[in-house]
Design a protein around this ligand. Structure first.
Ligand code: ARG
Length: 266
């Protein structure tokens, strides 16, 4: 009888110890470290929208190229990070980080715009810009203030330019604010005469004009909020953000940043 009782007590003690171990996270694959370093095997997903040359666009083989790509690749190398690039619509970028479908946004995104900084954490500014009005070469428009209520303006959905054309429509300043997924479609609508202007970031409009100065031009001065482009990480991922900021500072320190500016904006 006594031996049976002893055996039962030892068994109960053993079961209690197993439960105690499991409750204290005894698992070695908690995955916490992996979460900080990104998804599968520590590869970080950099999400972007690649019709925004010279920051990001696609070459003939479909590779994503541009200033942002070279800059982030150099930052990743300097910080020992493994990254992969994922192309998606601009207004999907912040939701991608919020739903853990991406780790870094690098897309010429203005860190000062709207409520973006409430949803993701932005890094240090890596480029500054303003908005401009792009029109056809034969347009009589002299600037954004000369646009009339019978006109249509286009820009990219989810961007500062896109928000502006929609606001102008709501205020009755234009007949329609056309917001499209890709900048290339905005330019096409301009050339087809479907819209009378495109609101675009100055360096991006300049890149377009370098190749299309015969059919388009800028009119007037820049307008809207002065923009500060920054990469972004998921809210609270300070470990990754500190690495990216350190990498950017290193690029500026060792001359790589200036070389990339010369390469993509000369
Ligand atoms: N700078 C503007 C913004 O932050 C436009 C950015 C568009 N970027 C892109 N890769 N399509 O809204």
């Amino acid at each position: 009888m006594k031996n049976t009782l002893k055996t039962m007590l030892a068994l109960m003690l053993g079961i209690m110890m197993v439960f105690a171990m499991t409750a204290c996270g005894g698992s070695s694959d908690s995955g916490d470290s992996e979460a900080a370093e990104g998804g599968e095997g520590g590869t970080l997903k950099v999400v972007t929208e690649a019709t925004f040359a010279p920051f990001e666009s696609t070459d003939e083989e479909g590779n994503i190229i541009g200033f942002d790509v070279d800059m982030m690749n150099a930052i990743a190398e300097s910080q020992g990070l493994t990254i992969e690039w994922v192309n998606m619509e601009f207004d999907s970028l912040i939701p991608a980080l919020q739903s853990n479908q991406g780790d870094i946004i690098c897309a010429g995104m203005n860190k000062l715009a709207g409520d973006r900084a409430e949803k993701v954490d932005f890094g240090d500014t890596y480029f500054e810009s303003d908005l401009m009005l792009l029109v056809k070469s034969d347009s009589d428009l002299t600037g954004i203030d000369a646009v009339t209520s019978d006109m249509k303006l286009a820009s990219q959905i989810g961007t500062t330019g896109g928000d502006m054309v929609q606001q102008m429509k709501e205020e009755g300043k234009i007949a329609d604010g056309v917001v499209l997924n890709q900048w290339t479609d905005c330019y096409l609508q301009l050339q087809n005469g479907d819209v009378q202007g495109v609101i675009v970031d100055k360096p991006v409009g300049e890149a377009y004009l370098n190749a299309h100065s015969d059919i388009a031009k800028f009119v007037g001065d820049s307008f809207g909020e002065h923009e500060e482009f920054a990469f972004a990480v998921q809210k609270g991922n300070t470990e990754l953000l500190d690495k990216l900021n350190a990498g950017l500072a290193e690029l500026k320190e060792n001359g790589t940043y200036e070389e990339l500016v010369a390469k993509w904006f000369s």
